[in-house]
Design a protein around this ligand. Structure first.
Ligand code: SF4
Length: 313
């Protein structure tokens, strides 16, 4: 059985290209997103039980001094080229941004032999963290995960979208590769002109012209979490776009990554609409779902790249 380890080898996101390492400095995440898959995964639940912690109040894997020492040791071993933060938590979970632990972890990594540090976050870095990234732009890839505003409101615990986009823009100006992940992307809602275009305009105005989007994954447990926060009609409309009779395993050798599939026609329509808008507005973008969308002609969209697992690496 997989355990929650401080460092683990793995693929990038739900993509199996590339050779990367992951780091998980703590178990749990204060963002407490209702659709979060991490809260159901056995490496997380068993580590939380061991640490006597709950998911929405994360706990470091080791006491602070030991955690930083272990990170420094592995990060300086020379075995890690590209490190992704994180698979089961968020490096900017509010508790550890506030007490400075997120900064100390990043400083340890920035000072180490690790070649590239990929941050994907729904959180908000503070001034010290932004300054650290800005001082080491070649070491970092910064990815802000955001969603457009519409009738599907999941997250209650996130910092305002504007502040998160502005932080990404500041990091981009420092020279670090910066990408906006529209994630989780809700087909039939987030692809609507009235919802997506204002977000894309805000991104463009801030100079954020790299984008990708990943569709909301759904399984029975995640659907329960989402049903608890959405209005019933919105929940039914989201669920109606999935084929509940067809679930598939997303990651090889990871039997817990089984999700319902979006209905193919819903996915194709959504991907076409979104790619057309990104293309028309001059974004540089990658659709990690394009290659799995039957019938979609990817060559039609200027600026679109097929995912090779390196777009934001
Ligand atoms: S930010 Fe990521 S890890 Fe944290 S609760 Fe949300 S989805 Fe889960």
């Amino acid at each position: 059985m997989e355990k929650l380890e401080l460092f683990a080898k793995g693929c990038l996101g739900t993509c199996w290209y590339g050779k990367y390492h992951y780091m998980e400095p703590w178990a749990g995440c204060g963002h407490d997103c209702p659709y979060c898959y991490a809260r159901f995964r056995s490496p997380v639940t068993s580590k939380l039980a061991e640490l006597k912690a709950v998911f929405n109040d994360p706990e470091p894997l080791y006491p602070e001094e030991e955690l930083l020492r272990r990170i420094a040791e592995t990060a300086n071993s020379g075995e890690i080229k590209i490190l992704k933060l994180c698979r089961y938590t968020d490096i900017f979970t509010p508790k550890f941004v506030k007490n400075g632990l997120s900064f100390k972890v990043l400083r340890t990594l920035a000072d180490s032999k690790v070649g590239r540090i990929i941050i994907t976050t729904k959180g908000l870095p503070d001034r010290d963290i932004i300054a650290l990234i800005a001082a080491n732009p070649a070491k970092f890839s910064y990815n802000a995960a955001v969603r457009p505003s519409n009738g599907v409101i999941f997250e209650k615990e996130l910092q305002p979208l504007k502040a998160r986009l502005e932080a990404a823009a500041e990091i981009k100006r420092s020279g670090a590769l910066t990408t906006i992940h529209i994630d989780p992307f809700v087909a039939g809602f987030d692809d609507e002109e009235s919802s997506l275009r204002p977000l894309l305009e805000e991104m463009k105005a801030l100079g954020l012209n790299r984008a990708m989007f990943s569709y909301l994954l759904l399984c029975e447990e995640m659907a329960r979490g989402i049903a608890a926060v959405l209005k019933p009609a919105a929940f039914e409309a989201v669920k109606a776009n999935y084929d509940l009779s067809a679930s598939k395993q997303y990651l090889p050798n990871q039997s817990e990554t089984v999700y319902w599939s979006l209905k193919p026609e819903v996915k194709r329509r959504s991907a076409e609409k979104t790619a057309a808008m990104l293309s028309e507005m001059g974004f540089d973008f990658v659709l990690c779902s394009l290659k799995n969308t039957p019938g979609l002609d990817t060559t039609r969209f200027k600026g679109a790249k097929l995912c090779d697992g390196k777009f934001y690496a």
